[in-house]
Every structure is written in C-alpha cells, then in structure tokens.
Write a protein that binds this ligand. Structure first.
Ligand SMILES: C[S@@+](CC[C@H](N)C(=O)[O-])C[C@H]1O[C@@H](n2cnc3c(N)ncnc32)[C@H](O)[C@@H]1O
Length: 230
C-alpha cells in the first residue's frame, strides 16, 4: 500500500509497537499503512462523519484488518478513552481545529503519550497549544507533495513551559531539519507573515505591525542560519 508523501512524513513519527488513534481518518489509509507495516500494534480510525468512516470500513475490509483496526465516530478525542492509544495522529486538518480538539482532551497531558500533527494551515495555532500547555515539540519535518509544501511535528507532554523565541510558533523545530523542503516551508511562512505585516502597516494597528516585524526579522534570521549550515 502506497501512502502519500504528506502522510508518510507524519507516519514516520509514530513509535513502533504502539497503539495508534488516527483522528480525522477519512479512508483510514494512514491507520492501515501503520498496521500493515508493523509499526502500530492496533489502530483506532476516528472521524466526525459517517461517510468517511464508510470509506475507512472499505479500506479495512480490503486489507483484511478488521481485528487490528477499530472504526469510531468521534468529534476529535471526545469519544476516545485515554487508555485506547499511545500515539495520536491528526493529518490534513487545519491547525486551528487541531488546537481546539486537543485542548478538549485534558488527558493528553500524559508523559507516555505522543501527539503527531500534520496541519494543512495555521500550524502556528497547534504549536502555540503545545508551547502554552507544557508539551515539547520533539521534531518537525517538511515535504513537497503534489507540488505543495507541508510540515508535520511530534510532541510529548513534559509539564514544563519553556521560554521560546518570538517567532517559535511560526518556525518551531523546522530550523533543525536539514531537508531543503524545511527551508522552503519557512520561506513560504515568512512570505505570508510579510504580507500580513504590509497589510497591518496600511490598515491595522502600529502595535500589531511592530510585533509582526519582530517575528519576520527573527524568522529571516533563522532561515539565513539554515542557509549558512547548508
Ligand atoms: C481533509 S480530511 C483528511 C483525511 C486524512 N487524515 C488525510 O490526511 O488525508 C479531514 C477529515 O477530518 C474529518 N474531521 C473534520 N473535523 C473533525 C473532527 N472534529 N473530529 C474528527 N474528524 C474530523 C473530516 O470528516 C475528514 O474526513
């Protein structure tokens, strides 16, 4: 079974031998790939809607995975019990929605659990959630899939809230990723920030513009550091 580059990037962050919950599973391709490749011992494939779960059911039946994959109708983590999985993965949803879903599941604040996310947009919202709630982002990765740039990250609860550079929620741990896609991704984010900054200078508040300026300068410094390294 072939998984898209985007989902593969997130799948590689799952710990081997663990039970996995895939939130927003749609076709359950990710859950099926993790089980078929011997990475996940079992999987919960969850979605808020019945029709994606019907797609998931077809995948599970096609690959004969009924004993390893459980389908679950659930809004985010709401109908998942904490003991049902060790690694929780959310792919293809916006970072803002991911932040809302994760903040409702207080039990994710458990040092034995790992949260893996591949946000389609607003990655800064889920990074902010991690930073403000005592989670450490362990690693980040970036890739190009069908001509589009994506990022993914894995985080675990430590209980420590560490001070981070002003740009951190936009750059995260991507500066440590040696792949050219990571630099390209950060350049894309910086271009978006600069656009916001210009709009704020014309129509918005001086205070917000000043804040955005500081972030873009720090982001540029980080990107230039990546250039120097390699
Ligand atoms: C764009 S698809 C992504 C599917 C797959 N994870 C991927 O990366 O290709 C988003 C899926 O998330 C589901 N979804 C949206 N909001 C959700 C929520 N609150 N809880 C669970 N699933 C949700 C949608 O029904 C849809 O199947």
């Amino acid at each position: 079974m072939n998984l898209s580059e985007r989902m593969l990037m997130a799948a590689k962050m799952v710990r081997k031998g663990n039970a996995v919950a895939d939130i927003g599973t749609d076709h359950a391709y990710l859950a099926a790939w993790l089980v078929l490749n011997g990475i996940a011992s079992k999987a919960l494939a969850c979605d808020i809607r019945k029709s994606p779960l019907e797609n998931a059911r077809k995948t599970v039946e096609h690959y004969g995975l009924k004993d390893k994959i459980t389908l679950r109708l659930s809004d985010g983590f709401d109908d998942i019990e904490p003991f049902e999985a060790d690694d929780f993965i959310m792919c293809g949803m916006g970072g803002t929605l991911m932040e809302q879903l994760a903040s409702r599941a207080y039990w994710l604040k458990d040092k034995s659990k790992r949260i893996i996310v591949q946000p389609q947009s607003h990655a800064e919202d889920i990074r902010r959630f991690f930073v403000e709630n005592g989670f450490e982002i362990l690693c980040e990765d970036a890739c190009i899939d069908s001509g589009k740039l994506y990022c993914a990250m894995a985080a675990e609860y430590t209980g420590e809230i560490k001070e981070k550079p002003i740009s951190y929620i936009y750059t995260g741990e991507l500066s440590k990723c040696a792949k050219p896609e990571a630099k390209l991704y950060l350049e894309k984010i910086n271009a978006q920030l600069k656009k916001k900054l210009e709009a704020e200078k014309i129509h918005g508040s001086a205070e917000v513009a000043c804040y955005l300026e500081k972030i873009t300068l720090k982001t540029e410094e980080i990107i230039n550091g990546m250039q120097a390294d390699g």
